[in-house]
Ligand binder design. Structure first.
Ligand code: COA
Ligand code: ZN
Length: 303
């Protein structure tokens, strides 16, 4: 059994140039709620100037239907965002900072030291409020400004936040720089460092076509939680060359083929994916949408 977290409403929509209407975002989350996800990242409580696409975070959180058993989480970059998310009744929060100094400053306008201080204060505040926090480490496998990131840096941050009360750690391949053996090595070293009670999640982007290969390598190395975005939407607006996430349906389809239970039903998910081009007014990079599942058959050619 593995867990799939759907991050399309947040990571997927944050980079879309055309604003997706609040009602359409709510309908998207509601449709995803019926697909069997463990967790849905609904939105982010960021500065509206930094992420205008998600400026309606409160309204979205207020209007979505909460399906029992689904964890509704939100990304928050600072204490201000955390207070907004707590007021909105998020079940869980996803805190974020980058393993790379340059990307952290581009994305969050803080040094890593300042972000670390914010995140530690946020973990304390969320602890008082009784809301679990996952910590996402961006550019864990490489940075578009700095190149390779030392695994020791990712390990240092993961240990620090795990020790300060994080409920889980996510390794984010922000611009698709990860490759399978690198993912397997980092998954193994972190699993050895962190207590078994702190789950690791892998957040992949398919920028260089390696997302599914990386997911498979991570699964073989023992990772059991994956982020994905419907239709392969997504990308970080503050990382040059960023493009879509690992597509959720392609992750689910691959694990289905392998007989690994994801909890997600592919049929209703594909209906959501099929409706995306209308929602974002462009084609989405889903090969599964184009080809259909592997046992889709076609009429034999006539004679
Ligand atoms: N929610 C809403 N508004 C916020 C906010 C939050 N969490 N944090 C700051 N602001 C507002 C401030 O009030 C200020 O508003 P004003 O200009 O009207 O006075 C403005 O944003 C700038 O505030 P400041 O503290 O100087 O922030 P900044 O400009 O240094 O930006 C972040 C810092 C973290 C708020 C911003 O970079 C951000 O939201 N980044 C998120 C990036 C992201 O989500 N990337 C993709 C996911 S990894
Ligand atoms: Zn991402």
């Amino acid at each position: 059994m593995i867990e799939i977290n759907e991050v399309g409403p947040r990571d997927g929509l944050q980079i879309e140039p055309a604003f997706v209407a609040t009602d359409d975002k709510v309908a998207l989350v509601d449709a995803l709620s019926d697909c069997g996800f463990a967790r849905i990242e609904v939105t982010s409580f960021t500065s509206a100037r930094a992420i205008p696409a998600l400026a309606d975070a409160e309204a979205v959180m207020q209007r979505i239907r909460r399906r029992p058993g689904v964890v509704y989480t939100c990304l928050v970059p600072n204490l201000r965002g955390m207070e907004r998310a707590l007021d909105s009744g998020a079940d869980e929060l996803n805190l974020v900072m980058s393993a790379s100094e340059t990307h952290n400053q581009a994305n969050l306008r803080m040094t890593r030291e300042q972000s670390t201080a914010q995140l530690l204060a946020m973990l304390e505040r969320a602890g008082q409020a009784g809301v679990p926090c996952n910590v996402s480490l961006s550019t864990a496998f490489g940075c578009p400004f700095e190149g390779d990131i030392a695994p020791s840096e990712v390990e240092r941050l993961a240990r620090l936040f795990a020790g300060a009360g994080a409920a889980g750690i996510t390794l984010c391949d922000t611009t698709g720089m990860a490759y399978p053996t690198q993912v397997a090595d980092l998954a193994a070293s972190l699993a050895a460092l962190l207590p078994a009670s702190i789950p690791l999640t892998l957040h992949l982007h398919n920028t260089r076509g390696m997302a599914l290969a990386n997911a498979l390598a991570a699964w073989q190395a023992g990772m059991r939680r994956f982020d994905g975005a419907v239709g392969g939407l997504g990308g970080c607006p503050y990382a040059p060359g960023a493009s879509g996430n690992a597509s959720t349906e392609e992750l689910v389809h691959m694990f289905d083929c392998m007989g690994v239970d994801t909890g997600v039903s592919l049929a209703p998910l594909m209906e959501v994916v099929a409706a995306l081009p209308r929602l974002v007014a462009r084609e989405v990079p889903s090969q599964l949408l184009a080809a259909g599942p592997r046992l889709r058959t076609h009429p034999a050619p006539g004679r």
